[in-house]
Each structure stands twice: as structure tokens, then as C-alpha cells.
Design a protein around this ligand. Sequence first.
Ligand SMILES: [Zn+2]
Length: 192
Amino acid sequence: MTNAFAEQMEQARDLRLELTGLERGDEKEFLFQEWSPGRTMVKLWSLIDGEEITIPKYMVGPALMKRQRGGGYVFTSDPAKAPAFREGHVRCFLAEGSSERDSGLLEAAGLDHLPACPAIHLRSAYSKRIHGDNRHPQSSGALKEYLALKERTEDREDRRRQLEATLALAGRVAGESDDVASGPRRGRPPRS
Ligand SMILES: [Zn+2]
């Protein structure tokens, strides 16, 4: 499974900053328009604690632009750039500064209004899952449902876009050969 999509976006982010010297405030204007078919969920790594997170593709752009208070970015598409993941420092998904909160995933799933959980020293990703299932069964379930739903709808979206692109291309090709064959278009209603 490649992570090419997030890598491209991160490169675009860094290149754009290099070329234009964009100030922080302007970054919000930065539009990501690239898309790659067939990948609906994308992995990013936290530059704070090395945690891996999987989010829907449409959230990757905003997550990559997210800044830490000190100025550095919060996420990277390259695990080699992230600090080594440390056992015993895993945050509950509802904790302040969790990857789920920072990436906008909680907000997207409508869970960001929930109080921050104080658990920030869970031992592993496994402990985190167990903690979430036991302590926050409803919100944990809601988050999983949201991700599953997104995976399905994004997949449909991707296929739709692919189909549209194919049809547009086919239409252009057909239009071009029409023009060549029949010259200027006829049949416009006369102006009166
Ligand atoms: Zn918790």
C-alpha cells in the first residue's frame, strides 16, 4: 500500500512555501486539488509523538497544513521524518493534542465537543484501543462508524470523478472530430 497521495501533498506544501514564501495566514488559501484514484484512506504520522493515524483523503490537506504552537507542522506523510513512537506516551483519541483531535477527525465526526480525556500515557496502540472501547464505547464506536462510512463514500466519489474525467475526455475527443468533420457548428437559435 503506497502513501503516494499524502507524499505528493506534503511535497506540494513544502514546494509552495519555498516558491512563494507564504506567510502562515495565507496558507489557508492553499488549495489541494490533486487526487489519486483508488485510495480513500491515507496514513499520516505525528511529528509530535510519532503516532500513526489513518484519515479520509479529503482531510489530508488541512491536516498537513496544521501547525504546532511552536510553529512546526503537526503531521508528515513520511514516517522517517516523525520521531520514534514511544511506548507509554499514547494519547486517548479524546485527549487534548491527540492525533484524532489535531487532524480534525474528531470535528469531522462531530465528536470534538466531548470533554478532553486525561489519558495521555497509554502504553501502546493496543492499549489505546482497549481504553477507547472500555471508557468511551459510544464515541469510539461513532468514530469507527464515521471512518467506515467515509471510506465507502470517498471510494464512490473517486469512482464518480474517474468516470466524469473519462467522459469529459471522450466528449472532447468526439467534439474535436466533429469540428473537423462538419466545420463550424450550426443549429444555434437566431438572435432577435
Ligand atoms: Zn480516554
